[in-house]
Every structure is written in C-alpha cells, then in structure tokens.
Design a protein around this ligand. Structure first.
Ligand SMILES: Cc1ncc(COP(=O)(O)O)c(C=O)c1O
Length: 420
C-alpha cells in the first residue's frame, strides 16, 4: 500500500534524514563574530570587499555589486538602463512575482509572455512576437534547472535594439556555452535569499561588464551617492563629493550578510557539482518511470545548476491527478514536493492593481493588468504537469536518487488504489 494511504513509506526520514539547508561551519561562525567585534556592521566593510573580490573573479569579465535582495536588484537594473514610464519590458509568465513586480516598481509595463513546455523558460518566438515600438528590454529567467535559450534571445535583442536583463536567481554558477549565467545579457541579477544555492539569508548580486552601468548601479544602490573618489567617515557616512547625483534609496547589505556569503561562495562550485551529478542520474532513472518526462537537457548548457529539481508528469497516463501524485510522492519520500510558481496572469502574490502607487492613469492600470495576457503553457505546467522539489535533496547520494525513482514507480504500480 502507498504511504499516502497508510502504507510504509519508502524512506524512514527519522532514521535517514535528507540533507538540510543551509550548510555552514565554524569558519562562518568566526567570520560573523569578526564583524561583530570590528564594529563595522554596515556596508562596504571588509567582508563585503572580500565577497566582491571573489565575485569579480568568479564572474569575470563582469564586475559585481551586492544589494539588499534579488527583487531590488531587478529594479535597480531597470533604473540603471533608464527604463521607466511608457516603456514595455518582456517578462516570462512563469517566474517568482518579483520579476514582474520590479517592472511596475519603475512604472514600466510588464508584458507577460508564455514559456516553452520542456524547459519552462521564455519562448523566444513568442518573445519576438510580443515586441512593439515601446519595448525596451527583455528579462529572461533561468528557471529552476533550465537555462533560457540565450542564443535566440541575444539574437532577438540585437536585431530589435533591446536590453537583456538576466534574472539568474536560480542559476548561480550555471553556464550557457561556457559563459556564466548573468554575464551574457547587459545586466545579471541574482537573489541570495535563504532557499537559493548561494545565500546569506537575504541579499542580491548585480553583474555588468560595462563600467558606465556599474557606476550607475553602485550609485543607485547607495542613495545616489557617487562611487568614485568616495571618502568614508568612521560611521560609513560619505562626504566630499560634488555634482552628477542621481535620485535613489538605500538598497545595501550589511557586513554580517557578506561574512555569511563568503563561505557560501567558497562551497558553491562543489555543491553545484554534486547537485548536477545527482540530477543527471535522476533524469536517467526517471526516463524509465511511467508518466514522467525529465526537463529538456540542451548541450549548450555547459554547466547545469539546480535551484529546484523539476519534471513534467502526465496525469492522463496513470489516471492520478498531479496534485495527488505530488502528495503521494511526498508521503513516500518525506520531503515537500511542489508545483511550479503560479502563472503571473493569475498569481496570488502578483496583484499590481491593488497598489495605489501604480494608479498613475486609467490607461496605465489597464496596461499593467496581468489578466490581459494569455499564458496557456504556463497554466498547463502549473495546473497539470509540474512536479518539483528543493535543491537540498540533490545534495544526497546516488542511492537516494534511486529511492526517488522507486517512489515514482511504486505510485504507478499502485495506481488502482486511487480508484476508490
Ligand atoms: C526568479 C526569481 N527572481 C527574483 C527573486 C527575488 O529574490 P528575493 O527574494 O531575493 O527578493 C526570486 C526569489 O525567489 C526568484 O525566484
């Protein structure tokens, strides 16, 4: 009998727990204490400088900046590119709400475009069809375990003179044709929120190759202060500057967060490698399971990175609804199994019409109304086919991947239990 119906689960998690997240050690603890003892608790301290050095080296030829989170990083990227009222920005319909929320936060218009069913990333053909004379930029999201077709997107952007912002919140260290995710477009944006593969609890990274953009971003993250020739006083205040200020706010990160981030940076490649090996093995195992199609693997993705491990499930094949399948899998394995993000044209956390600040005009409200967009593939993924779980599971061993595929096979073999 299946665990969901009272049978014995395949995994006894009390005896054999799954890996936990986040991962830290005594070096991280001592780095935190060092910040405490130094009294330099705010921004641009020694820990932040050490992180930036690591990031600049890792993401070369891009230069990096640290910001408060992966939502404001997108907002600042748009502001640095001077995108605002009247401009349209193409956003994939399947992503965390922040990707579109950042666009309305700069008073531009998010144009929600459908995704590919085998990668769940922006569909380049539909993206090109959505371009108008108002379009200024495309935000791509390298969602969960896949990377957007960056050859197609960069080609479209070049032909239509558009900026590309990579929302790489799920792709720290991933590579497309040996180029790191976040370094291919004009600006790369990452979240460092706790669930992410690179984390300091909350935080964000911005990347760009262009000095002019880097300087604008540096100014935007720091109340409009100019970065060059900055002179800091003992409390982190700044003086001695003149001219060319731009309006902004405080989007900085504290040195405590940077102190935690440094250790995570040092572990990133090693953890990514373990996750990628396990994911490749799991893909292979799941190909032998009824009703399951692993995500598409593209040889141009030269380094796969997994925020969540996901696959497509066909409920018609087993006669078990997808939500029930997810619950049954979760009961066998003892970890959370989820659907994809909600499509942005009907997402509980993306309700731009509820915010007075966006009520600039009736015309603008109509333009940002998410319900005006049609996203059939996103809805099919969310409602019918998506099954996924957190990347920490991929930090287990190959034998643990075998249990996951066994659980899928067990559910298929017991499909008759769902008839009653
Ligand atoms: C694709 C994507 N973009 C942006 C964000 C926003 O990041 P943050 O939570 O750090 O603001 C997230 C967070 O989950 C995300 O998944």
């Amino acid at each position: 009998m299946l665990a969901i119906h009272g049978g014995k689960p395949l995994r006894n998690v009390a005896a054999e727990p799954w890996p936990s997240w986040p991962v830290w050690n005594d070096v991280d603890r001592s780095r935190l204490v060092q910040v405490l003892d130094s009294g330099i608790w705010s921004y641009s301290g020694p820990a932040e400088q050490a992180c930036l050095q690591w990031l600049d080296n890792y993401f070369a030829p891009c230069r990096s900046l640290l910001v408060a989170n992966g939502t404001v990083s997108l907002q600042l990227a748009l502001e640095a590119l001077d995108i605002g009222y009247g401009d349209e920005v193409i956003v994939p319909g399947l992503t965390w709400q922040a990707t579109a929320a950042a666009v309305v936060d700069v008073n531009a218009i998010p144009i929600l475009v459908d995704v590919k069913s085998d990668t769940w990333c922006l569909d380049p053909e539909l993206c090109e069809a959505a371009i108008t004379e108002k379009t200024k930029a495309i935000i791509v999201v390298h969602l969960y375990g896949c990377t957007t077709d960056m050859d197609a997107i960069m080609d479209i952007a070049k032909r239509h003179h558009l900026y590309v912002i990579e929302d790489a919140a799920h792709k720290h260290g991933g590579q497309w044709r040996n180029q790191k995710a976040g370094t291919i477009g004009d600006i790369g944006s990452f979240s460092l929120q706790l669930s992410k593969v690179l984390t300091c609890g909350e935080g964000g990274i911005l990347l760009t190759k262009e000095d002019r953009l880097w300087e604008r971003l540096e100014s935007l993250r720091n109340c409009g202060r100019r970065s060059r020739n900055a002179i800091f006083d003992a409390t982190g205040g700044q003086y001695g500057q003149e001219g060319n200020f731009i309006q902004s706010g405080n989007y900085r990160l504290s040195d405590f967060q940077s102190a935690v981030l440094l250790g995570q940076c040092e572990r990133l490649d090693m953890q990514n490698e373990i996750r990628a090996q396990n994911a490749a093995y799991l893909d292979e195992l799941l190909r032998t399971c009824p009703a399951i199609t692993p995500m598409r693997t593209d040889i141009r993705e030269t380094k796969k990175v997994y925020f969540n491990y996901s696959f497509n499930y066909n409920p018609d094949e087993l006669g078990i609804p997808t939500d029930t399948f997810r619950k049954a899998l979760s009961a066998e394995l003892g970890f959370k199994v989820e659907p994809s993000n909600q499509p942005l044209n009907d997402c509980s956390l993306y309700r731009p019409l509820t915010k007075r600040r966006y009520a600039i005009s009736k015309e603008y409200l109509a333009q940002i109304d998410p319900a005006r967009f049609s996203l059939p593939v996103c809805h099919d993924i969310f409602k019918r086919t998506s099954v996924m779980f957190h990347h920490k599971i991929l930090l287990a061993g190959p034998a643990d991947m075998e249990i996951i595929s066994e659980a899928c096979k067990k559910i298929a073999a017991h499909k008759d239990e769902f008839r009653h």
